[in-house]
Design a protein around this ligand. Structure first.
Ligand code: PDD
Length: 290
């Protein structure tokens, strides 16, 4: 039986009910996080907590028990017996249930807080083979920095890419590559990594941030600069980053073959460094405080 978390309680999924007046349901008036668990260890929980706090502040959603999330996530892993292998914990916080009107509920209502854990192993095959992604004009709003559940634009673009045989979207806004439908995008040219700077038109990915710090620690040149779409064909390598896939090589964007059409050397190095970091952190966690 699957155990989920809803509004302060651990319940079986069959007993998890929310109101049809929930603003997450009616308006997408809610934010979320996805955290990866390796064995019993959460990767960069601190980074996810910082981003969650920011999403809540930007949307003016109040969840007073936010500090309980790491324990809730840990309990979900234990209660569902996911202590071995890889899994993800999803958390969503909505503005709560109230009669439908655009204004915030007045007086405020408690947020709806829902979390579940799911087994999700790492797709090592796509790490080796790489993927093709489809360039699409970015139709999203200008607050992509908020991890909002209002993802219709991402979903429609992703489905179209999927229907066309691509594994992800490459959003292009005003002539520059921004990010994917659920990932950040990096390019390599002349041994230098390029990725869109943090701004309101991308989500600041936790994996992206960790890749940036890995690059700094390992003397890999990196520039946080948007790549013009018409420069894609001049790029030597490309890869995506996100919580579910880690570092995924991109070998084709639309009709353009990237580099030799196989995962690039620097991409593989970043992939390896990321893996090593995860493994080192998992070991440290297993050994406990020194
Ligand atoms: N998506 N950009 C967008 C639009 C995303 O939705 C995501 C993550 C990322 C990468 O962020 P991170 O490295 O923190 O996972 C970038 C998650 C995985 C999802 O929606 O399932």
């Amino acid at each position: 039986m699957e155990t989920v978390y809803l509004n302060g309680q651990f319940v079986s999924r069959d007993n998890a009910w929310i109101s049809p007046d929930d603003r997450g349901f009616l308006f997408g008036d809610s934010v979320y996080e996805v955290v990866r668990c390796y064995g019993g260890f959460f990767f960069d929980m601190e980074g996810h907590m910082t981003r969650l706090r920011r999403s809540l502040a930007e949307t003016r959603i109040t969840w007073n028990e936010i500090d309980t999330f790491p324990d809730v996530a840990g309990e979900l892993i234990t209660k569902n017996s996911f202590n071995d292998g890889c899994s993800l914990v999803y958390l969503q916080v909505t503005r709560g249930a109230a009669p439908r009107t655009h204004a915030f509920p007045d007086p405020p209502v408690p947020p709806t807080v829902y979390a579940f854990a799911r087994r999700q192993s790492l797709d090592t095959l796509i790490w080796e083979r790489g993927i093709s992604i489809e360039p699409v004009t970015d139709p999203r709003w200008s607050r992509c920095d908020i991890k909002s559940t209002a993802l219709l634009a991402n979903i429609l673009a992703y489905q179209t890419a999927h229907d066309n045989g691509f594994a992800e979207v490459c959003f292009i806004r005003d002539g520059f590559v921004t990010e994917g439908a659920h990932s950040n995008i990096f390019f390599v040219r002349n041994e230098t990594l390029y990725t869109h700077p943090e701004s309101n038109i991308i989500l600041s990915g936790i994996t992206r941030k960790n890749v940036i710090s890995l690059a700094a620690d390992n003397n890999i040149a990196l520039v946080e600069e948007a790549v013009p779409a018409d420069m894609i064909s001049y790029m030597h390598e490309s890869f995506l980053t996100n919580t579910s896939g880690e570092v995924v090589p991109v070998i084709k964007i639309g009709d353009i073959v990237i580099g030799e059409g196989v995962p690039g050397t620097l991409t593989k190095k970043v992939q390896r460094l990321f893996r090593e970091k995860v493994e080192a952190m998992a070991l440290q966690q297993a050994q406990g405080p020194a």
